[in-house]
Design a protein around this ligand. Structure first.
Ligand SMILES: [Cu+2]
Length: 180
């Protein structure tokens, strides 16, 4: 099951919970009740719900942002391999590798003309990491390629007539067989 499928299931479960809440409120609405008592109970429920949402939000944020790909933007590069990536209408200009699997690579991403999006895709077409490529700004992106193979850089922001043609190939070699 892909991460998208899992997120979709969690979303469906959340929708279900909200629906049950609505049905409960509707079922209670037809009964005669002491308005003040109902309101007090609703306020109490709201407090618990709010606290639960905060805890859930912190948990989800922590769990999903753990391999945080954005390094400090104003410090010298931390990775051993630094690759300058410049977006042009309509091509990517990239420093040569070699990029080794298992070793972090720091991409310094900018643009020579208009805004582009720098997206790293694997052979299956899954987006692995991305940042903006903006003129006059260098964005840093650290990515560790888990496996050797062919990867592609695609533009993620529509930038003109040949936007779809902004494709660059990255070759990632195995960390073990690499020459010293
Ligand atoms: Cu572009």
């Amino acid at each position: 099951m892909t991460i998208q499928d899992k997120v979709w299931l969690v979303t469906l479960a959340g929708i279900g919970v909200v629906t049950l809440g609505f049905l409960y409120v509707i079922s209670q609405a037809t009964r005669q009740a002491d308005a003040a008592k109902v309101q007090a109970r609703a306020y109490a429920m709201r407090r618990w719900l709010f606290a639960a949402l905060i805890v859930l939000g912190i948990g989800v944020t922590g769990a999903t942002l753990m391999p945080f790909p954005i390094p400090p933007q104003h410090e010298p590069p931390g990775a051993r391999l630094v690759i300058n990536a410049v977006g042009h209408q309509w091509a990517w200009q990239l420093d040569p590798g070699p990029i080794k699997a298992g070793e972090p690579v720091e991409f310094l991403v900018t643009s020579a003309d208009v805004n582009h999006g720098f997206g790293i895709y694997n052979a299956a077409g899954q987006l692995l990491a991305q940042t903006q490529a903006m003129p006059g700004v260098t964005n840093r992106l650290v990515h560790t390629f888990a496996e050797p193979g062919k990867y592609r850089i695609l533009c993620l922001e529509y930038c003109g007539l040949v936007h779809h043609g902004m494709v660059a190939e990255l070759e990632v070699i195995g960390g073990m067989e690499a020459p010293p």
